[in-house]
Design a protein around this ligand. Structure first.
Ligand code: GLV
Ligand code: MN
Ligand code: MN
Length: 408
């Protein structure tokens, strides 16, 4: 038997796939040629381990150790990234799942429950705007017709991208059969903050407790396109002003709301010329808070600021919710069991969304976090130390051995 693969070695194999020369880091999006290369890599890795690989109706990849379901123990994450993202968000969970299988095999383990690895598609929503696309479709929390109509920045619909990737878009949607086979799901992920690093002793691994309620809203402000040099102030209907008011309101709205977050990370003026007053501006608000009601209150406050500025400037404002997920509290029994089996590791909340947060509504779900020494994520500088990654893979192997080695 060959030695178990290291997590760092596995990540190294895809280190050149999807690099973004302009933004830095990686741009790996759903149903793209880059994603297809990553899928082929995962399928090859799984096949090399004798796992049976298949792609479900929503483009998620599965690799089975043993016969599929029922009551399977599922682990995995995603391989796509945000635009200009880091190397760990997603791939760490996939590489750790492969490495954990190697470690279990090397220890002579034979699962009593079916064990499967999964790669969810388009978790970041970096191309089609809806995060956790694959797991939302699978769980039925995203309407298939609405999904098929989603478009990317070039106007390509999800339906045509899915077809170009060799899948039938008519088959997108709730996958009751796949879900019914899952007994529990454990996703390992790089921590996207510095809670672990700030704890005494900087422990390398934690178990997740909760995810903030979060969503995305698209704002469209419409004004009048005009000349930057000749248009007098009284004649301007500049949609950038309400957009700017919203950006400032997003920061203001956080005052007094502990743990709330509001971010405008994407703003697109049309036509986008230096000497042109834009005719319209689209921008996207990402808002999060411990409670769904607080998240919505933050969005309402920002919308009101944008609306008042739009009225003052003579512009029109339209706001559309693109996604929303309420607070996730991970399964308490599984959470406590994993923390205990790992020797009493910390239990931490997160502000980041995950496929595990979607599956948690349907099956007992847990997450493991691996220490991130800078806390940086969704950026090229995202990092986890190699030794911590191996500790994470061993932690995942330990909990998989326990879960798949005993009846549920
Ligand atoms: C995904 O990582 C998100 O939190 O948006
Ligand atoms: Mn992410
Ligand atoms: Mn992720």
């Amino acid at each position: 038997m060959t030695a178990p693969a290291t997590v760092t070695g596995l990540l190294g194999e895809i280190a050149d796939v999807g690099r973004d020369a302009k933004r830095g880091g990686y741009s790996r999006h759903g149903f793209s040629p880059v994603e297809s290369t990553l899928r082929d890599w995962f399928a090859e890795q799984a096949a090399r381990r004798g796992l049976d690989v298949s792609t479900d109706r929503n483009g998620n990849q599965w690799a089975w150790w043993g016969r599929p379901g029922p009551d399977a123990v599922l682990t995995g994450s995603h391989l796509d990234s945000v635009p200009g993202g880091g190397a760990f968000d997603g791939p760490l969970g996939v590489a750790s799942a492969l490495a954990a299988v190697d470690r279990l095999r090397a220890g002579g383990f034979s699962p009593r429950r079916p064990l499967a690895l999964v790669v969810f598609t388009e978790e970041e929503g970096g191309r089609f705007g809806v995060p956790c696309l694959g797991s939302r479709l699978m769980s039925g929390s995203l309407d298939a017709d609405a999904a098929r109509r989603l478009t990317d920045r070039d106007g390509v619909t999800l339906a045509s991208a899915v077809a170009a990737a060799g899948l039938d878009p008519a088959h997108l949607g709730e996958d009751a059969e796949a879900l019914a086979g899952v007994g529990c799901f454990v996703e390992l992920h790089v921590e996207q903050g510095r809670l672990l690093d700030r704890l005494p002793g900087t422990p390398p691994v934690a178990v997740a407790s909760s995810i903030l309620a979060h969503g995305r809203w698209r704002f469209t402000v419409t004004g009048t396109g005009n000349h930057a040099g000749t248009t007098e102030v009284a004649d301007r209907r500049d949609p950038m002003l309400p957009a700017a008011a919203a950006v400032l309101a997003a920061r203001r709205a956080l005052g007094g709301r502990a743990e709330a977050r509001a971010t405008v990370g994407r703003l697109e003026p049309t036509p986008g010329g230096t000497n042109v007053i834009a005719s319209s501006v689209d921008f996207w608000l990402d808002a999060r808070a411990p409670l769904g009601s607080d998240t919505r209150a933050v969005v309402e406050e920002i919308t009101e600021a944008a609306r008042a500025a739009a009225v003052e400037e003579g512009c029109a404002l339209a706001v559309r919710q693109e996604s929303f997920g309420d607070t996730v509290l991970f399964d308490a029994g599984l959470r406590d069991r994993l923390a205990a089996e790992l020797g009493g590791v910390p239990v931490l909340p997160t502000g980041a969304g995950h496929d595990a947060g979607i599956l948690a509504a349907r099956v007992p779900t847990a997450m493991l976090f691996v220490r991130n020494p800078t806390g940086i994520s969704h950026a090229p500088a995202e990092h986890a130390e190699p030794a911590d990654c191996e500790t994470g893979a061993q932690a995942l192997a330990t909990v998989l051995e326990s879960l798949a080695g005993s009846p549920s």
